[in-house]
Write a protein that binds this ligand. Structure first.
Ligand code: 4AD
Ligand code: MG
Length: 465
């Protein structure tokens, strides 16, 4: 049987009802005959205060010993009555009658004492950091937004597909894939991959897009939500080697439809966070990213500015005339650096921006060429503070044009014959995008480092736990 969680108990009117609270001790304070223990079970931001009144009469034998063992981090079941609380900031508290300690947490060694810890230190004890206010709140926001992702797409006729984690194709062509092999590096065998598990080179996927396209060209609207892996050697606050990506793909949809969907999607996620995670967001707003709730409200109510890459570069070049604006000089053809993306969102648009029509050289092979022969029907959504949060495009649906582009890039058409088949048989215009789930969580919570919005970050030189 499921017992009530702290969030359930806190929603009740206190009427002296007998109940049991289960969780971990956050704090304990003693005032003469009164002992206040705050119990948190992670079900919501706040804990529940349990007040033990030594003056209230006789308690079961062993209660004083149990109370002594209730140090920060200990787990317990506490029985008592739910009564109105005289303390400010809480409507109800538990008048304790019985304490059962489940597991002690000796104060001499428990790493998470009451004092403030740095996020860097907490990363080293990632197995315990979910017990802190910050990481509990991140976990709850992640959970709620994952739910909202499914709800958003399910309500609009998109079907959830599971694309492979191990793949032999390189969707993004960025050359940043992890190899998957069972070959023993200590025992060199014959050259090539014949003796390897899959009989060919295999990798962890960088994106489920290509496989998602095959399902979109059968089920019309699909989306993926799964892990993606990139071996980019970028030690930044916005890159992980393992991250989660949401990739919708829509048949019979062009770039405009794709931009509309991306904008609706983000706004819906922002609104969900504001509505469903109010207590957690209030904490982030006050302690982590000042003003983050206002930013979310404004973005949710705004119309995203849309501009072409060419116009964006013009704005950047104008700004670069004043020396010292950028570390990297902007020019037509350059890949936008995160300082450029920040400038466009923070200084030019004052909010999210959708940039379209990037030069083909800096984008993936599958994007549909514009009539100018130089730019592709790409769309990146940029947000203040982070830069790129979504990358997407209309896909090339013409088999000849796609083959030509692949040949230009030196790709082996045989490896992608299945992908070209989509264009050979019943081809349709189709579009999609990828939202980096951790970037979304960073934006919503105001957390500065992407390593602090995923339970166990994997990045260059980091794969602990
Ligand atoms: O722009 P990207 O590379 O696009 C794709 O992978 C396409 N296949 C998507 C599609 O059209 N279906 O990646 C999409 C998003 C980025 O905008 C970013 O938010 C996130 O994925 N992302 C990363 N997040 C964390 N760490 C990394 N190393 C990331 N690389 C990309
Ligand atoms: Mg991108």
């Amino acid at each position: 049987m499921l017992f009530p969680l702290v969030k359930d108990i806190l929603s009740l009117a206190p009427q002296n009802q007998e109940l049991t609270v289960r969780g971990w001790v956050r704090t304990k304070r003693e005032m003469k005959n009164l002992v206040f223990v705050e119990i948190n079970d992670g079900s919501c931001f706040s804990g529940i205060q349990c007040t033990f009144d030594r003056g209230a009469g006789a308690f079961a034998p062993g209660t004083e010993e149990a109370l002594a063992a209730l140090t920060t981090g200990a787990s317990a079941e506490i029985r008592g009555r739910l009564v109105p609380s005289p303390a400010s900031g809480q409507a109800a508290e538990i008048a304790v009658s019985e304490i059962t300690v489940k597991g002690a947490a000796p104060a001499e060694t428990y790493p998470l004492q009451k004092k403030q810890h740095s996020l860097e230190f907490l990363r080293e004890i990632a197995h315990l950091r979910a017990r802190t206010n910050t990481f509990g709140a991140v976990a709850r926001v992640r959970n709620r937004l994952a739910f909202a992702v499914h709800r958003f797409f399910q309500e609009r006729g998109f079907q959830y597909v599971n694309t492979p984690v191990i793949t032999s194709s390189d969707a993004e062509g960025a050359g940043a894939m992890f190899r998957v092999t069972t070959l023993d590096p200590a025992k060199p065998g014959p050259a090539g991959y014949e003796g390897d598990f899959f009989g060919k080179a295999a990798f962890l996927t960088v994106s489920g897009q290509l496989e998602a396209e095959t399902y979109a060209c059968a089920l019309s609207r699909v989306y993926t939500f799964g892990p993606a892996f990139r071996a980019e050697n970028s030690n930044t606050a916005r890159h992980l080697a393992e991250f989660w990506m949401i990739e919708p793909e829509t048949a019979f949809a062009g770039l405009e439809d794709n931009m509309d969907l991306a904008e609706d999607f983000l706004k819906c996620l922002f609104t969900t966070a504001l509505n469903d995670c109010a207590a957690d967001l209030a904490f982030f707003n006050e302690r982590i990213g000042k003003g983050v709730t206002e930013t979310l409200k404004a973005a949710a109510a705004s119309t995203f500015v849309r501009m072409t890459y060419t116009d964006a570069v013009r704005e950047l070049e104008k700004a670069a005339e004043k020396s010292g604006t950028f570390e990297f000089k902007p020019y037509w053809g350059c890949d936008l650096q995160s300082e450029h993306e920040k400038f466009l969102t923070e200084k030019v648009a004052g909010g999210p921006v959708i940039v379209t029509g990037y030069p083909k050289e800096i984008k993936a092979f599958y994007m549909k060429m514009n009539d100018d022969g130089k730019t592709v029907r790409a769309m990146d959504v940029l947000v203040p503070r982070l830069g790129e949060i979504i990358g997407g495009s209309q896909r090339e649906e013409d088999p000849e044009k796609l083959s030509r582009r692949m040949a230009e890039l030196g790709m082996n058409a045989e490896d992608y014959s299945w992908y070209l088949d989509l264009r050979r048989y019943g081809t349709v215009p189709h579009s999609g995008f990828g939202l980096g789930f951790e970037r979304l969580i960073q934006y919503v919570t105001g957390m500065a480092n992407i390593r602090d919005v995923i339970p166990y970050p994997r990045a260059v030189g980091q794969a602990e736990f």
